[in-house]
Design a binder for this molecule. Structure first.
Ligand code: BTN
Length: 324
């Protein structure tokens, strides 16, 4: 009997009881073997009730994040996963670990963030049970100016993972939002420590927040228009563990060949802004209307302003203007 076979049967019967005898029969093992495996699954955080004469019942809310659960799906050998129930922000905590000498490939995943951080000083809504909030520590031998490539390859890693798990096409909104059906399902924030003398990175922490499921009460009113989730309100077997593993694997894969920019085409193809009228948003400045023309190989957005000037924009955000 494999653990996966047992889990598959438990998931087929999620929220209903299935007897130990029936499980043992279907898996051709003893009831004691079933019980032992159930204990192991519980240890991983799966919510499995047992009642005498009824058997076992897996709760469909058992989409548990655990290091073992993520590592099960992880292929890359150099990623070390830690999972916490609740942290302030995985970026903040991982940066502390980086300062203390944690190695490249250290990943911190949380069920919940109490002070999830977004771009431009915003907060990132990070409720428990429905998202994947992860950060990965990298120690690239690159100049700080190239750190934007880390964010870009993270966006492609997320888009590909979402597509492979959901079967739906994802889009990327410059510079680093991942969308499904026009709704933001993922935000990415990369923070780095830079050596001012050389302009090289000491380390970078890539922080990724994915709304895998819709939170039970829905998104807060201020996010309802813009935020979405990869799936609906119900998860599936180890969905969030698989998502975390898929993203980490792909991100690490791209990172190892960062300079080759093999993710560039994947980024551009998924862009929702290209060819559209947009507003350039820079904190402290009025929005500037422009036409998005291209994304260059440094991931700057190439735009045409109203007076015909072409500019390569490498910071700020864009909003897509409604067709006039
Ligand atoms: C944004 O869209 O503004 C960026 C959001 C980044 C959120 C992720 S969740 C994991 C990591 N920890 C944080 O505090 N933020 C990032």
């Amino acid at each position: 009997m494999t653990r996966d076979e047992l889990l598959a049967i438990l998931w087929e019967n999620a929220d209903t009881y299935i007897s130990g005898a029936q499980l043992a029969r279907r898996l051709s093992v003893s009831r004691t073997a079933v019980w032992k495996q159930i204990e192991q699954l519980r240890g991983e955080g799966y919510l499995i009730e047992s009642v005498t004469n009824k058997g076992y019942r897996l709760s469909s809310r058992s989409d548990v994040l655990s290091a073992a659960g993520i590592e099960r799906y992880l292929e890359h050998p150099n990623i070390r996963v830690q999972v916490r129930r609740s942290v302030s922000s995985t970026i903040t905590v991982l940066k502390e670990q980086a300062e203390a000498g944690a190695p490249e490939g250290t990943a911190l995943v949380a069920e919940e963030q109490t002070k999830g951080r977004g771009r431009m000083g915003r907060s990132f809504y990070s409720p428990p049970g429905t998202g994947v909030y992860l950060s990965l520590l990298l120690r690239p031998d690159t100049a700080a100016a190239e750190a934007v490539a880390l964010t870009a390859c993270a966006a492609v890693a997320v888009a590909e993972s979402v597509e492979s798990l959901s079967g739906r096409p994802a889009q990327i909104k410059w510079v680093n939002d991942v969308l499904l059906d026009g709704k933001k399902i993922c935000g990415i924030l990369t923070e780095a420590s830079v050596d001012f003398e050389s302009g090289m990175l000491h380390y970078a922490v890539v922080g990724i927040g994915i709304n895998v499921l819709i939170p039970p009460g829905g998104f807060p009113p201020e996010l309802q228009d813009r935020a979405g989730a990869v799936f609906g309100t119900n998860g599936g077997p180890a969905l969030r563990c698989r998502m975390a593993a898929a993203v980490l694997d792909r991100l690490m894969g791209y990172y190892e060949r960062l300079g080759e920019k093999t993710y560039y085409e994947g980024y551009k193809q998924r862009s929702v802004v290209l060819g559209r009228p947009i507003l350039l948003l820079t904190p402290g400045h009025d929005p500037v209307p422009a036409q998005a023309l291209d994304i260059d190989r440094d991931f700057a957005l190439v735009v045409r302003l109203a007076d015909g000037t072409i500019r390569h924009v490498n910071s700020g955000e864009v909003s897509i203007r409604r067709a006039e």
